[in-house]
Each structure stands twice: as C-alpha cells, then as structure tokens.
Design a binder for this molecule. Sequence first.
Ligand code: AMP
Length: 182
Amino acid sequence: MANTYRFGPHIIPASQIFFRSKYSLGLVNLKPILPGHVLVISRRSVPRFLDLNADEVSDMFQSAQRIGKVIEKEYNSTSLTIACQDGPHAGQSVPHVHVHIIPRRLGDFGNNDDIYDEIARNTKEYLTKDSDSVDIVGIGAALAAPPEKKGVDFDERKPRSEQDMAQEATRLAELLDQHQLS
Ligand code: AMP
C-alpha cells in the first residue's frame, strides 16, 4: 500500500484515506463544511470528469453510494449532498476529479441550498490562502456575502490536524469494513 497519494497538487498521507477501490479513494476533508464531509477522488490525478473512462466513472459513483450509506448513518443524518464541481469556473479548487459527500439533516442550514454557497466558499479560502491552488477568476459575486445558516460558522472553520483526520479515517474505514461484512 502506498504511503502517500496525490490529490491535485496536494500530497495526502495514507492515514487520511479511509476507502480504497480499484479506481477511487475515500479521503477525509481538511476543512469540512459539516462534520462527516468527505471526498471520493479518482486514483488517477486528472482534472475533469470527462477525463475519467467508463470504468472509473462507474467505480467512483458506486464508491460514493457505499461511502454515503455509512456516512449518513455515522453522522446521524437523514440525507446527503453529493456534489462535483467540474472545472475552475464551476468552483473547483483542486484540479483532480472528486465528489463531495456531505451528510445532511433537517435545519442544518437555515436555507437548504446555501450548502452550495459553502462549497464554493471553500474554494475562495484556498484561492486566498493556499499558494498552490489553481488560479480561478469570475466567481467573486457568488462568494461575496456569507449565507444565513445554522451550523458551523464559515469563518471559524479551521483546517483540521493530521491526527484528527487520521482518527476519522480509521473510524470510517472500520465502519466500511463492517458494512461490507454485513
Ligand atoms: P473543490 O472546491 O470542489 O475543488 O473542493 C476541494 C475540497 O478539497 C474542499 O472540500 C477542501 O476542503 C478539500 N481539500 C483541499 N485540500 C485538501 C487536503 N490537503 N486534504 C483533504 N482535503 C482537502
């Protein structure tokens, strides 16, 4: 098993990977929008959804189903936001195909669809704070004002420690193993 994996320009320690399939990986999030916000990434580091072949697309979405089922239960939620920002002008900040899986429950955001502003706002953070992120233009208007929402305050969301991420990855890997057996 590899010690590290690529996620666009980022080097991801194996400790942060909780799921492995033939063509996809499950990665815990450095800065989750809500607890349990994880990513399914392609094993091949390619930027766009169209760059995946049919086997990779199928594997990625079957992986998203399996991971989503466990995430929804583990985080006491009742629904999932499953989203892909495909290309910089759609808000993609890491040029490596990935699907966001975010556990949702009634009232987590005052206005339900504000989750999409938050996903885009994540992008803004990387643009302003992370020097190796891609250069994206033309998304300013959508990012201007924080949405009215309950839950975690965007400005208070800090990158998590490696230890915290590794702990979550271990727990999720165990749950996925159990799920496979049952
Ligand atoms: P997007 O803006 O759709 O490209 O989403 C990028 C996602 O990757 C965001 O949810 C970030 O929080 C997450 N992210 C960025 N860098 C890392 C990293 N080094 N490890 C884990 N997640 C990351």
